[in-house]
Design a binder for this molecule. Structure first.
Ligand code: AHM
Ligand code: MG
Length: 334
């Protein structure tokens, strides 16, 4: 069997379509290599002293797990020196990290959630790393937070790595979605799925049902109708899954379809949702759209949202196209 590695895939994409400049290729390879290092720490678990919490909180007031901090540091260090980046932003850092003067500045901006699904670390359930790549626009010197505030549709690349029974890297550079599986003996990412497509219809939803009493009426209506099954208005039975790691839930949707939702709820009415636009919703929405699915916040396409701040939150509904359109239609005009 001929095996295509990540490097070969990127080189061939560049040759055929010319949309992966050298700096972007280096960036993707560095992130992918760092995910291998994060995977090693994740796998060590209790033996590597990587479980448990730190004494610190992140900018959103969440207690940081040791692995949140380790993964964040690994990504920072690995991406500083290559000359492909101008700056980075992370769910775990208050402000942007500008590439220090001692290194050449590149033209890309990297955003990431270093360890998604932190609540699952100790219980040995799939977790992951999510990343999004933007290009610095304009010719101004230096870089500031304003450079990051671009709509998701401007992403040059996005992807995630899921640390599960297999370690899988899922990537888009705006020309479909490809999946790579880590070959641990060889230490390389091997292409295992190309042109990933999400079925347009589904009978499987993912949502944290324990929040149901806090949701807005359109969300409750949608789930009530799914639960009513064959004899209800939808005329079919639905199955439910909720891993509580967005990477794992989105990965399942890319593999077999489904809809994932983390809606606004009235516990914190001023927050549009729990998930972060720039580190979670945008990269996942880009991947899902590239695989033929849809992603909205209930009112509009996620990739069209103009961010006002780096750590902005958003309501998320993504996955199989027809199902996302269905739930979105309940929200629109409500
Ligand atoms: P994290 O980035 O701090 O891990 O939080 C995001 C996670 C998502 O991966 C997941 O979908 C969601 O939070 C689960 O939330 P809940 O525990 O409310 O079900
Ligand atoms: Mg997260």
């Amino acid at each position: 069997m001929s095996r295509v590695t990540l490097t070969q895939y990127l080189v061939e994409q560049q040759r055929e379509h010319g949309h992966i400049p050298g700096q972007l290729r280096l960036l993707i390879e560095v992130v992918a290599r760092t995910c291998k290092r994060i995977a090693i720490s994740v796998n060590k678990g209790a033996l590597g002293d990587v479980l448990g919490s730190t004494d610190s909180q992140n900018v959103q007031g969440e207690v940081q797990k040791k692995l949140d901090v380790i993964a964040n540091e690994l990504l920072l260090e690995a991406n500083e020196w290559g000359g492909h980046l101008a700056a980075m932003a992370s769910e775990e850092m208050d402000t942007i990290h500008v590439v220090p003067n001692r290194y050449p500045q590149g033209e890309y901006l990297l955003l990431y959630d270093p360890l998604d699904g932190s609540s699952n670390i100790e219980v040995n359930v799939s977790i992951g790393t999510i990343f999004s790549v933007l290009k610095k626009t304009g010719n101004h010197a230096g870089v500031s937070e304003a450079d990051f505030l671009q709509c998701g549709r401007q992403q040059a690349a996005a992807g995630y790595c899921v640390y599960g029974p297999q370690t899988t890297l899922v990537l888009t550079v705006g020309d479909g979605v490809a999946m790579f599986t880590l070959d641990r003996e060889m230490g390389s990412w091997v292409l295992t799925e190309e042109n990933v497509r999400i079925p347009e219809d589904t009978r499987e939803f993912a949502i944290n049902m324990s929040n149901m009493r806090h949701w807005a009426a359109p969300m409750r209506r949608y789930i009530d109708e799914c639960l009513a099954g064959k004899t209800g208005p939808r005329g079919k039975d639905f199955n439910m899954r909720w891993v509580a790691s967005m990477v794992a839930d989105v990965h399942r949707i890319l593999c077999r379809g489904g809809i994932f939702m983390y809606p606004w709820d009235q516990r914190e009415p001023d927050k549009p949702g729990k998930l972060r636009l720039m580190y979670e919703a945008n990269p996942m929405a880009f991947l899902v759209e590239q695989a033929g699915g849809a992603a909205t916040n209930g009112q509009q396409r996620i990739l069209d949202i103009q961010p006002a701040k780096l750590h902005e939150r958003v309501s998320v509904m993504l996955g199989s196209r027809h199902e996302v359109e269905h739930v979105t239609s309940y929200h629109q005009g409500s």
